[in-house]
Design a binder for this molecule. Structure first.
Ligand code: DP6
Length: 332
C-alpha cells in the first residue's frame, strides 16, 4: 500500500518488527461542536474544527496479540466475528497499516464498555483504543498527538478519544494532516454532566461516513456549514473557559440542529432523527421554559444527549427517566 494514508503511517511509525501483545483503553466522546464534512476523505481531514467531551469509563478496551494459530481474527465483546464482518475487516485493514506487509497475523479483541442500551456508536473509542494497542504492539513510541493523527485515519472522531475531558480537534491546513489532530483542553469542570437518552439502539440506517459524504456532495445548505461550525467551535471553547453553561449549551444545541439541517437538504435527504427524538426535544424545551438549564445535542443517529450541570441532575432524571448520566470529570 502506498496510498496517502499509508504514507502517514510510514512517516510516524518505526520500521515494522514482530509485534508484542498489548492492551489499551480509550473513552468514547460526544462532540459539543460537530465534525461534519471532509476536505480530504482519504485522510479524514475535516472542513471544520470540532470539540468534544470524553465519556470517562464508557469506551473500548482492545487487546492485540500475535496469533498463536497464525490466522488473523477479531472478537467483539467476546464473540469471534466472521471475516466478512465490516468491523473485523476495518480493524484488520487498520492493523495492516501498522504491519506494512510483515507476515504477523494478529488476534484483536475489543470490548465496549458503553452499554449497548445507550445506543452510542463506538467507532471513536474503538479506533482510539486500537491505535494505542497497535502502537504499543509494534513498539511505536508516539506522543498522543501522533497517535491522534493515526486514529483519525481510522475514524475522524476517534482522534478526539485519546484523552479524557474536553478535547479540541483543529481542522489544520497541512495537506498531509500533520496539524489535524486532537489536543486536550486544560479545563476541568467537575460539575459538568452529560446524559444519554436512548431513542433507537439498533444499527443506523446510514453509516455516518456515507451520510457525511453525501451531505457535502449534494446538500445546498452545506456551503454555510464550515464557517458557522468553526465559529461555534470557538464559542464553545470560550464558554468552557468561562464556565458558561448557558452559552455552551445554546451553541452546542444550535450547532447540532444546523448539522441535521444540512443533512435534511441532502439529495436524497438524510434523516437520522426519529419522531421520538422530537418528543424528547419538545419535552426538553418545555422543561427549559419552566427553568431547567439543560441543552441537547444529537449525532448521526436518533439518540439525544443532554448537557447540564450537577445541580440539574435530579430534574433531568425526573423529566427523562431513561437518561443515563455521565460525570466526565469524576475520577475513573
Ligand atoms: C456526527 O468520525 O464517525 O458524530 O471520519 O467517516 O469515520 P468518519 O466519521 P465519524 O463521524 C462523526 C460525526 C458526528 C460528529 C462528531 O462526532 O463530531
Amino acid at each position: 500500500m502506498t496510498d496517502a494514508a499509508q504514507m502517514i503511517f510510514d512517516r510516524l511509525l518505526p520500521p515494522p518488527g514482530p509485534p508484542q501483545a498489548a492492551q489499551a483503553r480509550a473513552p468514547g466522546n460526544i462532540a459539543l461542536a460537530k465534525y461534519w464534512g471532509k476536505r480530504d476523505p482519504a485522510l479524514n481531514l475535516p472542513c471544520n474544527s470540532s470539540l468534544s467531551v470524553s465519556l470517562r469509563d464508557w469506551g473500548s478496551i482492545t487487546r492485540v496479540a500475535p496469533a498463536p494459530d497464525r490466522q488473523d481474527a477479531v472478537w467483539l465483546n467476546g464473540e469471534r466475528l466472521p471475516g466478512t464482518s465490516p468491523f473485523a475487516m476495518k480493524a484488520l485493514a487498520f492493523a495492516g497499516r501498522f504491519r506494512r506487509g510483515l507476515d504477523a497475523p494478529l488476534h484483536i479483541r475489543t470490548t465496549n464498555t458503553i452499554p449497548t442500551a445507550a445506543g452510542l456508536a463506538s467507532s471513536a473509542s474503538g479506533f482510539a483504543a486500537l491505535t494505542k494497542a497497535l502502537c504499543a504492539a509494534f513498539g511505536a513510541d508516539l506522543d498522543p498527538a501522533g497517535q491522534s493523527q493515526l486514529a483519525r485515519i481510522g475514524s475522524g472522531s476517534a482522534c478526539r478519544s485519546l484523552w479524557h475531558g474536553f478535547v479540541r480537534w483543529d481542522r489544520g491546513r497541512a495537506p498531509d494532516g500533520a496539524d489535524s489532530h486532537g489536543y486536550p483542553l486544560p479545563d476541568i469542570w467537575p460539575g459538568f454532566r452529560i446524559a444519554v437518552i436512548p431513542v433507537d439502539i439498533g444499527p443506523k440506517a446510514h453509516p455516518s461516513r456515507a451520510g457525511m459524504n453525501r451531505t457535502v456532495a449534494t446538500s445546498p445548505l452545506y456551503a454555510s456549514w464550515p464557517e458557522r461550525a468553526e465559529a461555534d467551535c470557538a464559542d464553545v471553547r470560550a464558554a468552557i473557559e468561562a464556565r458558561d453553561l448557558r452559552t455552551l449549551g445554546e451553541t452546542a444545541e444550535a450547532n447540532a440542529l444546523a448539522m441535521h439541517a444540512t443533512m435534511l437538504a441532502a439529495r436524497p435527504a438524510l434523516i437520522y432523527l426519529k419522531p421520538q427524538t422530537w418528543v424528547v426535544l419538545e419535552t426538553l424545551w418545555r422543561a427549559r421554559a419552566d427553568g431547567l438549564v439543560a441543552y441537547a445535542t444529537m449525532d448521526a443517529g436518533a439518540n439525544v444527549k443532554l448537557i447540564f450541570l450537577e445541580n440539574a441532575a435530579r430534574d433531568v432524571q425526573a423529566a427523562f427517566p431513561p437518561a443515563r448520566v455521565i460525570a466526565p470529570f469524576d475520577p475513573p
